[in-house]
Design a protein around this ligand. Structure first.
Ligand SMILES: CC(C)(COP(=O)(O)OP(=O)(O)OC[C@H]1O[C@@H](n2cnc3c(N)ncnc32)[C@H](O)[C@@H]1OP(=O)(O)O)[C@@H](O)C(=O)NCCC(=O)NCCS
Length: 332
């Protein structure tokens, strides 16, 4: 099927990030569970991650990354029309974490809501922001991803606890100008695979009670190898579809900014999209998997390091629990 690219309708005006200062290395984890630096590095590429302290919530990290993005966009929080917040680790189950961020920022003219698409959240959020802008509902939309993964991983389960980290990344999305903006989007979901990566207990189906705590079923459970295979397949598919829809090829892409779960998944995606590793942004070694915060933190670092700037063509590709997967081609 051929695809006629449409002019962009919404652009990323600015980005921001926040990572907690506490660094936890693989060596630190060796004293907590039966693991080794060598095992973690060779299987995942991760060397260290940042973990938030007990007093720092998902909303605090979100507000911190949002303030950076707002300042870079030259916006006051009162000028925001929407706050769209992606998290798998809400501070409370009711109300949404977006409400807390709206209050922390003093965004008194914004509508704010959470959405839950796990690691694909930032890319789903860009499409929601674009839709609000196209519908004429607002001009200044904050997309913020924030994850305190340390609060939902089982610190006695070596197969998951070594993989994740905490942090937040933000973008201000505004109407497109001068050909800058989101050139293509691709999003998919397969809920039949939900139980390969999930938290069985603690929700409405199995409310939190003593048996949930005893069985530790409120923590993340993951079938690692199955998730790995689906991640590679889905990220390759999403990259291909987003490139096709934008009418560009891997050769045209200045930088691939993939979800940072595992270096081997990133390398497979890059190879499939025909993008050499020197045009791929990698920071999983320093942060681990920050779920939906991974891509905006990586994009913000790439901008700060001068790897990309205004006019650069960027491919972002994500995969996460659900399963959900997504990709965007964006002219920054
Ligand atoms: C989790 C993952 C790194 C495991 O790597 P793997 O090579 O598939 O390893 P396996 O799960 O097959 O486990 C191999 C062995 O290592 C062991 N192991 C698991 N975690 C370990 C750890 N942290 N340290 C040391 N050994 C560990 C297992 O117990 C298993 O031992 P066994 O062979 O004696 O049973 C890999 O499957 C992965 O990255 N999956 C995708 C995860 C992901 O990205 N999730 C988020 C998606 S958004």
């Amino acid at each position: 099927m051929t695809h006629t690219p449409t002019p962009p309708r919404a652009k990323l005006a600015s980005t921001g990030r926040y990572n907690p200062p506490k660094v936890v290395t693989n060596a630190d984890l060796e004293s907590m569970v039966d693991t080794s630096d060598e095992w973690i590095r060779s299987r995942t590429g991760i060397r260290e991650r940042r973990l938030a302290d007990a007093d720092t919530g998902a909303a605090d990290m979100a507000a911190a990354s949002a303030r950076v993005a707002l300042e870079r966009a030259g916006l006051d929080a009162k000028e925001l029309d929407f706050i769209l917040l992606s998290t798998a680790t809400p501070d409370r189950l009711l109300p949404s974490t977006a409400c807390d961020v709206q209050a922390l920022l003093g965004a008194s003219n914004a509508a704010a809501y959470d959405f839950s698409t796990a690691c694909s959240g930032f890319l789903y959020g860009l499409s929601m922001a674009e839709a609000h802008i196209v519908a004429g509902q607002g001009k200044n939309v904050l997309v913020v991803a924030t994850e305190k993964m340390s609060s939902i991983v089982d610190w006695s389960d070596r197969s998951t606890c070594v993989l994740f980290g905490d942090g937040s990344g933000s973008a201000v999305v505004q109407p497109a100008t001068d050909g800058r903006g989101i050139l293509s989007s691709y999003m998919r979901t397969d809920g039949t695979l939900a139980e390969l990566l999930y938290r069985p207990g603690g929700g409405a189906r199995i409310p939190l009670d003593i048996s949930v705590l005893d069985e530790r079923s409120h923590y993340v459970k993951m079938a690692g190898p199955e998730v790995f295979r689906s991640a590679v397949r889905s990220m390759c598919e999403a990259a291909e579809k987003a490139l096709l829809r934008a009418g560009v090829s891997g050769d045209d892409i200045d930088l691939l900014v993939p979800h940072q779960a595992n270096l081997r998944i990133i390398e497979s995606t890059a190879k499939y999209a025909k993008i050499p590793m020197d045009r791929v942004f990698v920071n999983v070694d320093r942060y681990g998997n920050m779920s939906s915060a991974s891509i905006p933190v990586a994009l913000d670092e790439a901008v700060e390091q001068g790897r990309v700037g205004e006019g650069s063509l960027v491919l972002m590709v994500a995969f996460g629990a659900g399963f959900t997967w997504a990709a965007n081609v964006v002219r920054l």
